[in-house]
Design a binder for this molecule. Structure first.
Ligand code: ADE
Length: 369
C-alpha cells in the first residue's frame, strides 16, 4: 500500500489522535479548500489579485479590520493605481491617504519599496518570496501572501490569525508570540501545501481565522470546516489555546494639547522626520499636565497675544507601545505665531496629514461633537 493511501485511510478511520503534526495539517487541506471555495468573502483585492493590489491590501490589513480597510483601499487605488504613481506621489499626500490607518512607517516603506522597484526591478514586484522578503516593509508574512496570492508560489503566509487556527487544530500550547514557533508553523505548512492552490490555501486559513476561529470571543466551531481535525475543539481547549505571552505594558504619557486659534485658523506644526508619527502634523503640545498659567508662560505661545484660555475635552490615544492621555486648552489669540502653519477646519481635514491621535480635536475645532 502506498504511504499516502495508508495515511488517507488513517484519517478515514477517524483515528485522529494518532495523526502526527504534519498529517493533521495535511488533513485540513481538502475541507479547507472546499470551504474557501464556497465561503470566501468578496473583497476588492480578491477580485483582481495583481501583485500591486495584493501588496497594498496586505500592508493595510496588518492590524486593521477588513471593513475598515475597504474605503482606504479604494481611495488609494484610485489615486495611486500602480507602482509608478506610488513612487512619485509627494510624501505628504501619501500620508494623507494613509491617515487613520496608523503605523505610518508602513506607508513610508511602501513608497521606499516602490522607488526601489522603479529603479531596479523594471517597475514590477518580483515574483518569488525570497526576493520579495528583501524589500523594505515586506516581512515573511507579506512576502508569502504576495508570492502565493498573486503569483501562485507554494509558500505559506502565517499571520496572527493563521497562528491561532493552527495552534488550535494541533492543540499546541506553544507561545504564538515566539518567532521560533511561527517559523516552525511556516516550515510545516510549506511541507503540506498542495501545489497549484496556494492562494486559496493561505487565504482559506486567513479567512477561517477572521470569521470562524475569531480573535476575540467564542470560536464558531459549529461552522468550522476544520472541526473534524481540530484537537482543541475536540478536547474543549479553545478557551486556553492559543497561548500568547503578553507584550510589555504600554507606557502612559500625559500631554497637554494647545489648540491655538485665531480668526478661524488653528496652529499646527510638522513633527520631526524620525520617531513616533514622523512627518505628520500635530497641534503644539507639552509633555505632562499643565495649568493655564503654566501654558501662558511657555514659548509655544510667544508672539501670539493671548486673549482667552478655556479647557477643551480630554482624549486618549493608544499606540502600540505608548498611550497618550491628553488634556487640552482652547487658546484664543490675536494671531498665529510665525513658528506654526495656520489651518482652517477644512484644511485640517483635507489637506494636512494630521496624526490620528488628534481626531477628537479636529472634530472639536470643526464644531462637530
Ligand atoms: N487579512 C490579511 N490578509 C487578508 C486577506 N487576503 N483577505 C482577508 N483578510 C485578510
Amino acid at each position: 500500500m502506498s504511504e499516502d493511501l495508508y495515511r488517507g485511510l488513517q484519517v478515514l478511520e477517524s483515528d485522529e489522535h494518532s495523526l502526527d503534526r504534519l498529517d493533521r495539517l495535511k488533513a485540513m487541506t481538502g475541507p479547507l479548500l472546499a470551504w474557501y471555495g464556497e465561503h470566501a468573502r468578496i473583497l476588492p483585492w480578491r477580485e483582481e489579485p495583481t501583485p500591486y493590489r495584493v501588496w497594498i491590501s496586505e500592508i493595510m490589513l496588518q492590524q486593521t479590520r477588513v471593513e475598515a480597510v475597504k474605503p482606504y483601499f479604494s481611495r488609494f487605488m484610485e489615486e495611486l493605481p500602480d507602482i509608478a504613481s506610488l513612487a512619485a506621489v509627494p510624501e505628504e499626500r501619501l500620508l494623507k491617504l494613509w491617515e487613520g490607518l496608523g503605523y505610518y512607517n508602513r506607508a513610508r516603506n511602501l513608497q521606499k519599496t516602490a522607488r526601489i522597484l522603479m529603479e531596479r526591478y523594471d517597475g514590477r514586484l518580483p515574483d518569488s518570496r525570497s526576493e520579495l522578503i528583501r524589500l523594505p516593509g515586506i516581512g515573511s508574512y507579506t512576502a508569502g501572501a504576495i508570492a502565493s496570492i498573486a503569483y501562485g508560489e507554494a509558500v505559506p503566509a502565517v499571520d496572527g490569525n493563521v497562528l491561532r487556527v493552527l495552534s488550535r487544530v494541533l492543540a499546541s500550547t506553544e507561545d504564538i508570540a515566539s518567532l521560533s514557533v511561527k517559523r516552525r508553523f511556516e516550515q510545516d505548512l510549506a511541507a503540506v501545501m498542495p501545489a497549484g492552490c496556494s492562494s486559496a490555501f493561505n487565504q482559506g486559513l486567513i479567512e477561517i481565522g477572521a470569521i470562524v476561529c475569531v480573535p476575540n470571543g467564542e470560536p464558531r466551531c459549529g461552522e468550522c470546516p476544520l472541526h473534524s481535525v481540530c484537537l482543541a475543539a475536540r478536547n474543549n481547549l479553545t478557551d486556553s489555546i492559543p497561548v500568547k505571552s503578553r507584550p510589555k505594558p504600554r507606557r502612559i504619557e500625559e500631554r497637554t494639547i494647545l489648540l491655538i486659534v485665531s480668526h478661524g485658523r488653528t496652529a499646527i506644526r510638522k513633527r520631526p522626520p524620525e520617531g513616533l508619527l514622523a512627518s505628520l502634523y500635530e497641534f503644539p503640545s507639552l509633555t505632562g499636565k499643565h495649568s493655564p498659567r503654566e501654558i501662558s508662560e511657555t514659548d509655544l505661545l510667544d508672539g501670539a497675544g493671548i486673549l482667552r484660555i478655556r479647557p477643551a475635552p480630554d482624549a486618549v490615544h493608544i499606540f502600540s507601545h505608548v498611550e497618550w492621555h491628553m488634556s487640552a486648552f482652547l487658546i484664543e489669540t490675536e494671531r498665529i505665531p510665525a513658528q506654526y502653519a495656520a489651518a482652517d477646519p477644512d484644511e485640517l481635514r483635507d489637506r494636512y496629514p494630521m496624526a490620528g491621535a488628534f481626531d477628537k480635536y479636529i472634530r472639536f475645532l470643526g464644531g462637530e461633537s
